[in-house]
Design a protein around this ligand. Structure first.
Ligand code: MG
Ligand code: MG
Length: 272
């Protein structure tokens, strides 16, 4: 059952989402060769608690850490460890936070120094597909419209769209209805309703869409061991249109990147 939020609840969800956005912005400055994901995990936990919030993943379904950190061929749900990053790695960081009883949950894939051009392209196209999907999260549409748009955008580049893991509704629990697959058919699936809040999160592989899970019971990785990218935003349906609750703006400030990608979906009131 989809749980629409009131305007007040959406503002609370924005607060939770922005704590995650700021956490990812803080981490952006720290991702470099020699750093370990366990170190970043510690920084993130402190940062979230300093903002009077609770790490959203820690202990959820018994996950052991604050961040899911998935390098290179890992798709999602990687567990932080003490392996130092190397130049040319990519690292997908997924972060959750709870404040006022509501979850924020979003993700960004970072480059560690210079990366191969084909991997750079994978990151670019995956992030584009996130916005292509968000644009379809509007009145009259259904989950299949978002999934179709993401799938088309990525498959035309020959990439694999992960099937087994999907976006989701978000609210007082981390996973609410509806499921938001990154593939689908136009006009199919659950119909969107005003006030609903979702996490849209393409997980896109350079090669095959097929995945495996490590024996740790968490880590998902590509079957062909080629790299995978993951970008996630939290979005509310307001006045029939998609409105971002999260932002990558803090990441771009930290990395000195100019971007207007969020402009069509950003709430007017948001000042970084
Ligand atoms: Mg996430
Ligand atoms: Mg999510």
């Amino acid at each position: 059952m989809i749980i629409p939020k009131t305007a007040e609840e959406i503002e609370l969800m924005r607060e939770s989402a922005l704590i995650v956005s700021k956490t990812l912005g803080m981490l952006a400055a720290e991702v470099k060769p020699g750093v370990t994901s366990l170190h970043l995990d510690k920084l993130a936990e402190e940062f979230i608690r300093d903002h009077d919030a609770i790490p959203g993943f820690l202990g959820l379904y018994d996950f052991p850490n604050t961040l899911c950190m998935s390098p290179n061929a890992q798709v999602v749900h990687g567990i932080p460890n003490d392996t130092p990053y190397e130049e040319g790695d990519i690292i997908s960081i997924d972060c959750g936070a709870i404040k006022n009883g509501f979850y924020g949950d979003h993700a960004y894939t970072f480059a560690v120094g210079e990366i191969a051009p084909e991997v750079e392209q994978l990151l670019k196209v995956t992030k584009e597909s996130l916005y292509v999907g968000i644009a379809q999260f509007k009145k009259g549409n259904r989950t299949g419209d978002v999934g179709y748009a993401i799938q088309q955008h990525c498959e035309q580049h020959g990439y694999g769209v992960v099937r087994e893991l999907v976006g989701h509704g978000l609210g007082r629990t981390m996973h609410e209805d509806p499921e938001m697959p990154n593939y689908g058919r136009r006009g199919r699936g659950k119909k969107f309703v005003e006030g609903m809040t979702v996490a849209i999160e393409p997980m896109i592989n350079l090669g095959t869409h097929r995945i495996e899970q490590l024996k740790d019971g968490w880590t998902i990785l590509t079957r062909d061991r080629k790299p995978s990218a993951h970008f996630e935003h939290n979005v509310a349906l307001v006045d029939g249109k998609p409105e971002l609750l999260s932002t990558f703006g803090y990441i771009y400030q930290a990395l000195d990147i100019e971007s207007d990608e969020e402009t069509p979906f950003r709430a007017e009131a948001l000042v970084l």
